[in-house]
Design a protein around this ligand. Sequence first.
Ligand code: SF4
Ligand code: FES
Length: 248
Amino acid sequence: MNLTLKIWRQQGPQDKGKMVDYKVSDISEHMSFLEMMDVLNEQLINKGDEPVAFDHDCREGICGMCSMYINGEAHGPDRGVTTCQLHMRMFKDGDTITIEPFRAKAFPVIKDLVVDRSSFDRIQHAGGFISVNTSGNTQDANAILIDKHDADTAMDAATCIGCGACVASCKNSSAMLFVGAKVSQYALLPQGQVEAVDRVKNMVAQMDLEGFGNCTNTGACEVECPKGISLENIARMNREFLSANIKS
Ligand code: SF4
Ligand code: FES
C-alpha cells in the first residue's frame, strides 16, 4: 500500500504546531499502525529529519500508551482495539490518513503525538486503591465470598487501561468513563467498602481540579473505548458520589 499521512507536528508544549504531509510506500496490510509509523520514522531518520514522537510501550493493548487520533477517531476506525492493535488492512492503497494527538485541556501536548496524561495518575492517587492492613492477622482476600455477577462486573470495570480515548472522544473532554470504571471496580467488591466514601469524593474532586468536563450522556466515550467500558460505570459513580455526600 502507498499512503499519504497528514501528521500533527509540534516541537514542544509552547509551539503552535501544524499538520505536515508525508508519503509512505510498500506498507503491508499485516502491519500494525505503529509498525507503519516505524517505517515512516526510519525513512525520516535516513533522510536526516526528526522522527515523529509518539507514545507506545506494550504494543499489545495493555498499557494504554498509544494515544493517537486517527481519521477523527481515538485509536482509529476499528472497534475494541488500541492503536497498537489496529491493522493496516483497515486502510486502502492510496488512502490519506490524518493523525493527531489526543486533544483535551487536561492532556497538554508534550511533542508531536505525545500528550501528558499525568492528570489520570493524580486521579488514581486520589483514591484508586485500597489500603491493606498488614498486621499479620489480615484475612486472605480469597476467603471472602463474592457474588459472581459482582466479581465479573468489577473485572469488566478493571479492564480500563487508562488510555484516555474516552476523554479525547468526548465533546466536553470528560473523564467520567475512566473515573467511573476506577470507582466501580472497588465499589462492587467488599474490599472496596472501607474507603468507599472518601474514594469517590476525592477522585471526583481531583477530576474536576484537573479541568475535565462533565458528562452530557452523548456516549462517544463508550463507542471509542478500546476495552468496551460501559456507561453503566458512570451511573454507578454518580450513585456512589450521591450516597457518599449524604453519608458524610
Ligand atoms: S474508559 Fe476506556 S477509553 Fe477511557 S481510559 Fe479506560 S480504557 Fe481508555
Ligand atoms: S502500546 Fe500499549 S496499549 Fe498500545
